[in-house]
Design a protein around this ligand. Structure first.
Ligand code: GLN
Length: 481
């Protein structure tokens, strides 16, 4: 059952071939069998899942079901879930039971999904390897000595091991696409503003965006259709109708112009990864698309600009975790200052502290213009590169990650080398564009991700291109033994 698509499972549920309770139990059994080693989940919501599955079965019997009704999924632990621990991978929120649901969670609940549990992640979504989690590293199911990528590493590993039908993730600088690439699954970061950020614990508010992590582009279309849409509780949510992503999957692509980003194929990309991308490009051409080389001349500024903007915003967002209202509080505080210092000192891990320090510095009087303002200006320049590129092409293409999954511990003492994991993913977050990663041919037995970038709100076209490629290839069906 865990190899079936959402459409197949939904048809099976409707036909009564199996119930949602049976399907849910199947995934709960897989979690029990494999997650001891993988550490992809931080919270298992078994009883709630079975109750939701029973409700889904009743809804199916009453004839009121949609395509996601009764489908068991995993939520990244960054989404607030009512009555369930929402830790964001941090000791700071280890005792936090959310009193409400994030909009993404509400929408998927309304569609009838079953939540199996919450997935492990880098602390406050800061990381590219899942090693910054308070709950320990997640193992990559393809090789358990390697990282799954991050920050949505638990969702990516969980999908690679088929511990759920689909998963949610968030992407501030690559956290959906890079782990999707390293785990051999499909992940989509939508246009900024397409999916509500309400109830999604904020890292860098001008960059954060939620999206689906699935076994195929078709499944991603089903998930995004339910997740996307205007939400008056998020002031950056865009009031614009949601496209029919599923209905558009087979749109004609003949003559579509695909721009190969020159800068993403230079030095820094190893030979195996380059060959994998080339094979994927050759298959894409069979769909009748035309490929041309394009340039994003300022893309090399994205990592430095991001590592000013993201820490600046996180230093502000994380100031609410002060030991006063919720979250971790130190024992026996002597006075207010002691309470703040020790609660924050004990609650946050090293990477989060590093970012708060950098961000506070970048925002401080005297440095604001030189760092934060400058980074915002660079951001406009990067967005301008994309604007220009999309004047001559419909979609852009590059790798999602410069390398396959690296070993646990390999980069944990070298933050700059870790930050470079996102060299191909960060630019679109700065520009607010949609992009996805999908499996390309394996490189030395490990997954590689092909990345497609679209213009604003063109998720439908990206999904169609990815789906049609997945119809003529089987890279997305490869799973770890
Ligand atoms: N790896 C990047 C970082 O550490 C991106 C994380 C993300 O997208 N949440 O900030």
């Amino acid at each position: 059952m865990h190899f079936k698509s959402i459409a197949e499972l939904s048809a099976g549920l409707q036909a009564g071939d199996f119930s949602s309770v049976e399907l849910t139990q199947h995934f709960l059994d897989r979690i029990e069998r494999f997650d001891g080693e993988l550490n992809a989940l931080v919270t298992l919501t078994k009883d709630q899942a079975l109750a939701q599955a029973e409700a889904a079965d009743a809804r199916i019997r009453s004839g009121d079901a949609g395509p996601l009704t009764g489908i068991p999924i995993l939520h990244k632990d960054i989404f607030c879930t009512e009555g369930v621990k929402t830790s964001c991978g941090s000791r700071m929120l280890d005792n936090f039971i959310s009193p409400y649901d994030a909009t993404v969670v509400t929408r998927l609940k309304d569609a009838g999904v079953v939540m199996l549990g919450k997935t492990n992640m880098d602390e406050f979504a800061m990381g590219s390897s899942n090693e910054t989690s308070f709950y320990g590293p997640v193992k990559n199911p393809w090789d358990t000595e390697r990282v799954p990528g991050g920050s949505s590493g638990g969702s990516a590993a969980g999908m690679a091991a088929r511990l759920g039908v689909a998963a949610t993730g968030t992407d501030t600088g690559g956290s959906i696409r890079q782990p999707a690439a390293l785990c051999g699954i499909t992940g989509l970061k939508p246009t900024y503003g397409r999916v509500s950020r309400y109830g999604m614990i904020a890292f860098a508010s001008s960059l954060d965006q939620a999206g689906p992590m699935t076994r195929s582009a078709e499944d991603a279309a089903y998930l995004l259709a339910a997740m996307a849409g205007f939400d008056e509780r998020d002031s950056t949510s865009v009031d614009r109708p949601v496209d029919d992503y599923v209905g558009q999957l087979n749109q004609p692509l003949e003559g579509l112009r695909v721009g190969i980003v020159k800068e993403f194929f230079g030095e820094g990309l190893n030979a195996g990864m380059s060959a994998s991308m080339q094979t994927a490009i050759d298959e894409l051409k069979k769909l009748g698309v035309e490929t041309v080389e394009v340039s994003l001349p300022n893309s090399h500024y994205s990592v430095p600009a991001y590592y000013v903007v993201a820490p600046a915003e996180c230093s502000s967002n994380l100031s609410r975790f002060d030991g006063v209202r919720f979250g971790h509080r130190c024992d026996d505080p002597q006075d207010l200052e002691d309470l703040y210092k020790r609660s924050r000192g004990e609650g946050f891990g090293a990477e989060v502290k590093r970012r708060i320090m950098i961000g506070t510095y970048a925002l401080s009087a005297g440095y604001y213009d030189a760092y934060y303002l400058k980074a915002q200006q660079v951001r406009q320049v990067i967005a301008g590169d994309f604007r220009k590129a999309f004047e001559s092409v419909d979609v852009l293409l590059g790798p999602a990650s410069p390398e396959t999954a690296f070993r646990i511990g390999e980069k944990s003492d070298d933050p700059v080398s870790m930050y470079l994991s996102d060299i191909y993913t960060i630019a679109v977050n700065l520009a607010g564009l949609p992009a996805m990663s999908l499996p390309a041919p394996l490189v030395d037995g490990l997954p590689a991700g092909l990345q497609l970038f679209g213009n604003y709100f063109e998720e439908g076209r990206l999904l169609a291109l990815a789906h049609q490629l997945q119809q003529i290839t089987d890279w997305h069906q490869q799973t770890p033994s």
